[in-house]
Design a protein around this ligand. Structure first.
Ligand code: CDP
Length: 220
């Protein structure tokens, strides 16, 4: 079985940036599990599924097809032969992804995909339930956190760069991430939590480099 480094944490806690850097330094493949939940949400919205109905989402998810390939040090996802890119990172997807992710059938599908990726090589996997549910047997489990104000500032910067928000929208972004955190940590199936035995890192005052270094130096 390949080695897996698990990086969990709430929205905009720095997981993606840090995990990509850890992958680069270790030569492991970077895996973005949130992107898979975002793809399912995007396809459901495109098919005009009522995402507030878990029955409708559960029924729809049986038809979802995603292809996996490795590209530039990461596991890449293709839908109809194309990577979805920023289409899965819009405020509209942000507003629907947490309820869709709470549907057990969606979680079962994505968990199966993630476990299957071990056949591709060593992995750095970031998400919400990676160390607690997907790979609980991994000795390398980390939980990143940061103050909500700092997380909102980080996410706003990304959203402004993508043209999804104006500079003054920090309160709106904070509300959106706190709302997602609430749904993610209170859902019945695989809630966001600090996995037992995971190392917690508060990234509020740390640079990306410092967080990545903490992880790399603690890999067992
Ligand atoms: O990058 P950000 O922290 O905003 O979110 P993400 O990692 O792209 O995840 C988007 C959403 O997918 C989360 O808010 C969760 O609802 C869901 N998710 C999950 O339920 N389990 C995971 N392992 C990863 C993401």
């Amino acid at each position: 079985m390949s080695n897996v480094i698990c990086v969990d944490g709430p929205a905009a806690s720095g997981k993606s940036t840090v995990s990509k850097l850890v992958a680069k330094r270790t030569g492991y493949l970077y895996v973005d599990s949130g992107a898979l939940y975002r793809i399912v949400t995007w396809l459901a919205l495109e098919a005009e599924i009522d995402t507030s109905s878990s029955e409708a989402v559960a029924e729809f998810v049986r038809r979802v097809r995603v292809d996996f390939t490795t590209r530039e040090g990461r596991v890449a996802y293709e839908v109809r032969g194309e990577e979805p890119g920023d289409r899965i990172r819009t405020p509209n997807i942000n507003a629907h992804v947490s309820p869709v992710s709470a549907v057990p059938e969606v979680r079962a599908l994505v968990t199966g995909w993630l476990r299957g990726m071990r056949s591709l090589g060593n992995l750095v996997v970031e998400g919400r339930d990676i160390g607690s549910v997907v790979f609980p047997e991994s000795p390398n489990r980390f939980y990143l956190d940061a103050d909500p104000e700092e997380r909102a500032r980080r996410r706003l910067k990304e959203d402004v760069a993508k043209g999804f928000a104006d500079k003054g929208a920090v309160e709106k972004v904070k509300e959106s991430i706190l709302n997602r955190d609430k749904i993610d940590s209170t859902r019945k199936t695989a809630p966001l939590m600090i996995p037992e035995g995971a190392m917690r890192i508060d990234t509020t005052e740390l640079s990306i480099d410092e967080v990545a270094e903490k992880i790399v130096s603690n890999i067992k």
